[in-house]
Ligand binder design. Structure first.
Ligand code: XIL
Length: 352
């Protein structure tokens, strides 16, 4: 459980910085290289299994690279394709990190999901200082340039991320909603469609996994966008704790109602925290296995739920440690040994 500190580098952006902590007690699972590729199990159901990655570790860390290559067929940039890293300085685009991830995926026959064109949580400081007319120009330029750069190289884009408010109906107040008005969401999709007509365009959010006010708002938003031909899919983030998460039946019902709109659905950023599960390490890990199994099975049960992406894959590198506190939320431990959670996901794909 390496701790990632969310350093608030000014404005709304926050970036990862790694801080080493003592290793968690090792679990006696088999090494990443000694378990069957998870991607094969997912492919048996026609599904993609994805992971968020950092380009700096691909190629430089043998176990990280090996496990990513062996087990996944869909990659997402955990950080490097957001606005802040790509256009830290106005008008200067740095595609190096995203390009490395796309090159890596292409050379291994994996697909890529771009993440994310518009997210208030990864907006460079200079964006916050723009007047509304300047913001409109920057917004249009960013979406056109980035989606255009990755045209035909990404399978899908998270176009707008986390636009719905947590505590009141409707849109969250952000630099975009304030400066551009509520139609900025539709506008982002229109611009992305024009820049990359083949990409699946996704609305992505958290806290909208089950059936609740926020997921109703997401439903209504994407229903409207779908009727206007602007959105193709929805991502349900699924950053959950094994001690409190939506009822699996509600998750499945929510996936189903979104699918019934004609949308593709994906579980887009899954991790399962276990710190608060009562009992010893083995109990926590078994509970985590069950949660992974049940949630992935809810996706497998709906034909249009085409992908599950995990927000990382090894407990050595998870954003959870910095954001929620030290935990072990992923499928492989720090030594890249398959945890019970790995087998829970496998069970879901093999319908066990
Ligand atoms: C997080 C990354 O995991 C961190 O490394 C980075 O510092 C901040 O962003 N919802 C999202 C993701 O849509 O983009 C976030 O990723 C986690 C929450």
């Amino acid at each position: 459980m390496t701790v990632l500190l969310a350093a608030c580098g000014g404005g709304s952006g926050f970036e990862p910085t790694a801080v080493s902590t003592p290793a968690a007690a090792p679990t006696p699972g088999p090494l990443w290289s000694d378990v069957p590729p998870l991607r094969d199990a997912a492919a048996q159901t026609g599904r993609m299994i994805g992971a968020a990655v950092f380009s700096s570790r691909l190629g430089s860390d043998a176990a990280y690279t090996g496990a990513a290559s062996r087990h996944f067929n869909y990659l997402t940039a955990e950080w490097e394709m957001k606005w802040n890293p790509i256009q830290r300085t106005p008008g200067v685009f740095d595609f190096s990190g995203g390009d490395r991830i796309v090159d890596f995926a292409e050379s291994r026959g994996m697909r890529v999901k771009g993440h994310a064109l518009v997210w208030h949580g990864a907006t460079p400081e200079w964006v916050n200082a723009l007047s509304p007319p300047e913001l409109r120009i920057a917004f249009e330029d960013h979406i056109r340039t980035v989606a255009g750069h990755y045209r035909r190289r990404v399978y899908a884009w998270d176009v707008v991320n986390e636009a719905i408010d947590d505590s009141q109906p409707g849109l969250r107040s952000t630099v975009f909603s304030r400066g551009l008005g509520p139609d900025y969401v539709a506008e982002a999709f229109r611009l992305a469609r024009r820049a990359d007509p083949e990409a699946q365009l996704i609305y992505n959010d958290y806290g909208a996994e089950g059936l609740n006010r926020k997921s109703n708002d997401v439903y209504n938003l994407v229903k409207d966008l779908k009727e206007r031909g602007l959105v193709d899919g929805v991502g349900l983030q699924m950053h959950i704790s094994a001690t409190s998460f939506p009822a699996v039946a509600d998750i499945q019902a929510n996936i189903q109602r979104l699918a019934d709109l004609g949308l593709q659905v994906n579980i887009s950023e899954m991790d399962v925290r276990i710190k608060d599960v009562p009992g010893d390490a083995a109990t926590k890990l078994q509970r985590q296995r069950q949660v992974y199994r049940d949630v992935v099975a809810a996706c497998v049960a709906v034909a249009r739920c085409e992908a599950v992406t995990l927000w990382g894959f090894t407990d050595a590198h998870s954003w959870v440690d910095g954001f929620f506190g030290a935990d072990d939320p992923l499928l492989f431990d720090e030594q890249y040994r398959a945890k019970p959670a790995f087998f829970g996901v496998e069970d879901a794909y093999l319908r066990r």
